[in-house]
Design a protein around this ligand. Structure first.
Ligand code: FES
Ligand code: FES
Length: 168
């Protein structure tokens, strides 16, 4: 087991959205703060008790609440944040679907919600409404009442399964 001195900083290596970063951080520092300090300010903080999911990112293929991971625990991990979803300025189909179905208002929950939807649709490409609601139950939204988010995830699942031809 590693033993850290008080105030000792440790080097942490992270790969975020395909780019490598090395940061020096105290062992107590939360991943969410480190990601935001690296410039990934789409990762939001909505609570201090791990229930809102506004801080959700994909870490080594799993959705995690980055407010409940220490940056040192994430050493060597690959992380995907909302900033890494669009490619060459083209929105990811989940982002498009949230726009088309009005799945956001203030937008504060949206990055976490979209990352959770990303993980959900990888796990289950054709979810039922109930499975979608269950799948995003770790992500709170105070604006939308969830209905349009559910519609957006349904549309995203169709888009990802290529059932809907791409609009030009
Ligand atoms: S900030 Fe609320 S769960 Fe992470
Ligand atoms: S859009 Fe405002 S919290 Fe979800």
């Amino acid at each position: 087991m590693k033993v850290f001195e008080k105030d000792q900083k440790v080097k942490v290596h992270l790969k975020v959205n395909g780019q490598n970063y090395e940061v020096e951080t105290e062992p107590r520092r939360l991943l969410v703060h480190v990601l935001r300090e690296l410039g990934f300010t789409g990762v939001h903080i909505g609570c201090d008790t791990s229930n809102c999911g506004a801080c959700t990112v994909i870490m080594d293929g799993k959705s995690v609440k980055s407010c409940t991971v220490l940056a040192v625990e994430a050493d060597g991990s690959e992380i995907l944040t909302i900033e890494g979803l669009a490619k060459d300025g083209k929105l990811h189909p989940i982002q498009e679907a949230f726009w088309e179905k009005h799945g956001l208002q203030c937008g504060y929950c949206t990055p976490g919600m979209i990352m959770e939807a990303y993980w959900l649709l990888k796990e289950n490409p054709n979810p039922t409404e109930e499975e979608i609601r269950e799948g995003i139950s770790g992500n709170l939204c105070r604006c939308t009442g969830y209905q349009n988010i559910v519609e957006a995830v349904k549309l995203a699942s169709q888009k990802l399964r290529m059932e809907i031809p791409k609009a030009h």
